[in-house]
Structure formats: structure tokens, C-alpha cells
Design a protein around this ligand. Structure first.
Ligand code: IPM
Ligand code: MG
Length: 368
């Protein structure tokens, strides 16, 4: 019997390729698990009209955690046109299954480390080592949208400012969700010897929602006197991050801002080929590369699998397999520093699987 049960969700596009690469490394490091495949994503939607079917949710409930590749997501109208003809006309709407999965399983932390591996020619600057904590269940991605405001809207004071032909997305922010993401960021900082937490908002304009988030952040910060706390407006921090990236350590923010900022931070450490995420809840977690399904590269076996391999490393950390996680991270570090295996984004021609094989070989070299 394997010790762990992992839901294995390769998804669409390059998802299966990068997941296969990560599997090579998980096997090479001696991680003993049963991998249980599940359907999710665009192809699943086209066939069934549901990008996250109930059987996949049951699989998630029956496993220790999940490993996810990537999915293709499209705007609702484009999605509806591509639905199986038999299912068209049922009025099914496409919603990103990854966003839904985060909400349904209450995976409220989106943890996105961005570390410049020494020797990576793509680093914006050496020494960058920051972590983004993105709130993962509410905010702009809470899922309440209207193609047009319903009539009842206009009964609410001040709604007359909304034109009748406006599309509307609601951004809901709660004190509870704000406090728990900030708490997660401070706990992480305390446990990992980090010195500073920066809360990112736009409270000067979004006075209610960001105001509440900032207030929650300040109240949590008061419980951690040994860790520095500062706050920054989201627009300003985009500029400061480029100007002085070494100033930042742990960044915590709401859902949409975190989505955007984490891509910015990823680019500073080599781009999406190196960016990985953990969607973490109290008892369950889903690990994934931050990049999407890159349909134009699907089947070409050339995308950089390091992001997915690092997501596997994060999964091992979360499961308590720290030694195996550390070995994967240092093997990845060695491959990058040696600079012999380089995928196209790194200016080379190494294939996805060859890159994974290079990491496996570096695991062997790293044995004490
Ligand atoms: C991410 C992605 C997703 C998100 C998309 C694919 C729904 O951009 O994980 O950052 O917006 O959260
Ligand atoms: Mg994103």
C-alpha cells in the first residue's frame, strides 16, 4: 500500500506534459504514492458541460491532496459555442474550474514563492526571494457577475450611478477571509525566519473593501510584534517591486491583486517557467504550476517543467516530506546553475522530459 493518495489532474494543453515530467522527479526522489487520475478543464467542459464534474470532487474528497497541471479557460460566450452540440441550448455557463475548486474546498491561501535561483540568466536581479500570499476564495473572483444589472439593483441607494447597459462584477471582501490570509502570511513569516510582511491594497479608492482588508491586516500584524509590517497601494508596489525588489519579503493581498502581482513577481525570477503555487486549506491542498495550458505549445514537449517540478516539491513540503522536498529544490538549483539543460524560455532546446531527466540526474549527484 502506498503511503499517500494523490488526486492527479493533468488538465488541458501542456498540463499532461509537465505533470509527466514532475512524476519522473517524484518517482526518482522515492516518493511513495498512489496517483488517482481525475478529469478537469476545457476538454471536460466540451464533452460534458461541466469543467469540474462531481466525480472529480469526490476524488478530491478521498485523497490527501491534489496535483494539478493546467486548464484552458475561455470567456463564457466563446466557451458556450464550443460545447458539445447536444449540450448546447441547456444554458450551461463556463466557469473556471480552478477558481471553483479553490472555493468549494475552501483553499483560502494561494501561496506563490518567487525566488531567483542563483545562475538563472533570466533573473531580473539576483537575490530576489519573496513570497506572495493571495486570498483565494473571494474578492473580485467571488463569482457574482451580471451581464446587465438586474432591476432590483436600482432600489439600492447610489445605484443610479450604474448605467443600465453596464456589465457588473461584484467584489466581496470579508473580515474573516482577510484576517485568515494575513494570519497565514504572518505565521509563514514567523516559521520561515522572514522579516517583513507587506499588505497590498487600494484603500484610498476602494474604501470599503480594501479599507476592510487593510484594517484586518493591521489587527493581525499587531499580534506579531517581531515581524515588520507595512502596507502599500497596489499601483505603487508594481513600480517599487521593479525599482527595489530586494525590499520585499512576504506580500499579502486580495484575490485579483494577488493574481496580477504574482505574475509580475514570477517574471522577476525567470517567468512562468519557474512559478509554482500551492492552494492551501485547513486539511486539503492543490499544487500547480502558475502558468496556464499554453495551447500553442501543446504536444511540442518544449515547455519548461521546472515550475511543475517545484510545485511537486511544495506538495512534499506540505505533506511533511521535507527531506525529499529539499533534495528536489537543490537538484533544480544545480540544474539551473550548471546551465547545460535549458528549455526554450531559457534560450536552449532541452525538451520538457529532458529537463526532468536532468533534475533526476542532479538528484543522484546530490546524494550524500
Ligand atoms: C492563476 C490563473 C487563474 C486565476 C485562472 C486560470 C483562473 O491566472 O492561477 O493565477 O486567475 O486564478
Ligand atoms: Mg494568474
Amino acid at each position: 500500500m502506498s503511503s499517500y493518495r494523490i488526486a492527479w489532474l493533468p488538465g488541458d494543453g501542456v498540463g499532461p506534459e509537465v505533470c509527466a515530467a514532475a512524476r519522473l522527479v517524484l518517482d526518482a526522489v522515492g516518493f511513495d504514492a498512489a496517483y488517482l487520475p481525475g478529469d478537469i478543464g476545457w476538454e471536460c467542459w466540451r464533452r460534458e458541460g461541466d469543467a469540474l464534474p462531481e466525480r472529480t470532487l469526490s476524488l478530491l474528497r478521498a485523497t490527501d491532496c491534489a496535483f494539478f497541471g493546467a486548464i484552458t479557460s475561455k470567456p463564457a460566450a466563446a466557451a458556450a459555442r464550443e460545447l458539445d452540440p447536444v449540450l448546447q441550448g441547456l444554458g450551461l455557463t463556463y466557469r473556471s474550474p480552478i477558481v471553483r475548486m479553490r472555493q468549494l474546498l475552501d483553499l483560502y491561501v494561494c501561496l506563490r514563492p518567487c525566488r531567483a535561483f542563483p545562475g538563472n540568466a533570466l533573473n531580473y536581479r539576483d537575490g530576489i526571494d519573496l513570497v506572495v500570499f493571495r486570498e483565494n476564495t473571494e474578492g473580485m473572483y467571488c463569482g457574482v457577475e451580471f451581464d446587465r444589472p438586474p432591476e432590483e439593483f436600482y432600489a439600492v441607494p447610489r445605484m443610479h450611478a450604474v448605467p443600465r447597459d453596464a456589465a457588473i462584477s461584484l467584489r466581496s471582501i470579508t473580515r474573516r477571509a482577510s484576517e485568515r490570509i494575513v494570519e497565514a502570511a504572518f505565521r509563514y513569516a514567523a516559521e520561515h525566519g522572514r522579516r517583513k510582511v507587506t499588505a497590498v491594497h487600494k484603500a484610498n479608492v476602494l474604501r470599503s473593501t480594501c479599507g476592510l482588508f487593510l484594517e484586518a491586516a493591521e489587527s493581525v500584524a499587531a499580534r506579531y510584534p517581531r515581524i515588520q509590517f507595512e502596507s502599500a497601494n497596489v499601483d505603487a508596489i508594481c513600480m517599487w517591486l521593479l525599482k527595489n525588489p530586494l525590499h520585499y519579503d512576504v506580500i499579502v493581498t486580495t484575490n485579483l491583486f494577488g493574481d496580477i502581482l504574482s505574475d509580475l513577481c514570477a517574471q522577476m525570477v525567470g517567468g512562468l517557467g519557474f512559478a509554482y503555487s500551492g492552494n492551501l486549506g485547513e486539511g486539503y491542498a492543490v499544487f500547480e504550476p502558475t502558468h496556464g495550458s499554453a495551447p500553442k505549445y501543446a504536444g511540442q514537449r518544449r515547455v519548461n517543467p521546472l515550475a511543475t517540478i517545484l510545485a511537486a516539491k511544495m506538495m512534499l513540503e506540505w505533506l511533511g516530506e521535507r527531506d525529499k522536498a529539499r533534495r528536489i529544490e537543490s537538484a533544480v538549483g544545480r540544474v539551473i546553475a550548471q546551465g547545460r539543460a535549458r528549455t526554450y524560455d531559457m534560450g536552449g532546446q532541452t525538451s520538457t522530459l529532458e529537463m526532468a531527466e536532468a533534475v533526476c540526474a542532479a538528484l543522484e549527484d546530490g546524494r550524500d
